[in-house]
Design a protein around this ligand. Structure first.
Ligand code: HEM
Length: 242
């Protein structure tokens, strides 16, 4: 709210001085007056929280996990080298050629689901696991916990992207123990763009750098801060492959 209000003041003084106002999305929303101020506050929060922090934390965790697991990183890198041309800038249709990159993201989100919990209000009476849950009950689902349950994932504490690889076209590796983007009609609307962004960023990082631990790399634990965030700095070393 503070930042939106400051921007509004800046725009207003530009207009008062008779200057032309140029800027990005926020400026556009403020100048066009198509949304109310309340709606603009809400949209900006969504943009930053849902649209930015989610992908940046996940990408950070992925670099951390790859640095800590050089063997996994080597296999992912080999797949990139074998499936893409040298120095090829990847685009969306290259991603299906690289199942390991997709598996790295799924496994990263299993271990560090940026939204560690989710919720629903039941629309009808349900029986789940022998319990009657009446219509209108608010349910909280902690998929952080189910992601670490041995019942759902063997060697659940380990970073094993291969667990997500299909053995053949009929193999289904979906597992409701890990639903980092939620499920159903209210699932994450940004899922596809988030996945694409992270896949393409990871491919390009690995094409150019080997991601290594450094003397500054310390164990990083997750902490819940609304979202699940890294509890301290993730320090890794990007070693230029050239
Ligand atoms: C790694 C990245 C992301 C993760 C793990 C994630 C996860 C989630 C989850 C768990 C939900 C709740 C789904 C449910 O209740 O079933 C959600 C909702 C939502 N996400 Fe994401 N998200 C990510 C990235 C993004 C991005 C990039 C955007 C926007 C471009 C976005 C926009 C939204 C919006 C608008 C909703 C609310 C949808 C609704 O209530 O109908 N998310 N997200």
């Amino acid at each position: 709210q503070i930042h939106v209000d400051n921007k509004l003041k800046a725009i207003q003084s530009q207009l008062n001085r008779g200057e032309e106002v140029n800027g990005g999305l926020l400026t556009y929303l403020l100048v066009s007056k198509e949304l109310t101020l309340e709606e603009i506050y809400a949209n900006m929060t969504e943009m930053l929280l849902a649209g930015v922090d989610t992908t940046s934390f996940t990408l950070s965790w992925a670099t951390y996990l790859l640095a800590k697991h050089p063997e996994v990183q080597r296999r992912v890198y080999e797949e990139i080298v074998n499936k893409l041309e040298k120095d090829q800038v990847p685009v969306a249709h290259d991603v299906p050629k690289l199942p390991l990159i997709r598996a790295v993201l799924k496994e990263t989100l299993r271990l560090y689901p940026v939204l560690p919990g989710n919720g629903r209000v039941t629309q009808k009476d349900l029986i789940v696991g022998g319990y009657l849950i009446p219509k209108g009950t608010q349910l909280a689902l902690c998929h952080y916990t189910t992601s670490y349950s041995e019942e759902n994932f063997s060697m659940a504490n380990e970073f094993r992207p291969e667990r997500w690889l299909r053995k053949d076209n009929l193999d289904r590796v979906d597992n409701f123990g890990s639903i980092p983007f939620g499920y159903g009609i209210r699932s994450c609307i940004g899922k596809r763009i988030a996945e694409l962004e992270i896949h393409l960023a990871l491919i390009q990082l690995l094409q150019n750098f080997e991601i290594k631990i450094s003397p500054k790399t310390e164990p990083v634990h997750a902490k819940t801060h609304g979202l699940l965030t890294p509890g301290n700095s993730i320090n890794v070393r990007f070693s230029d492959r050239k």
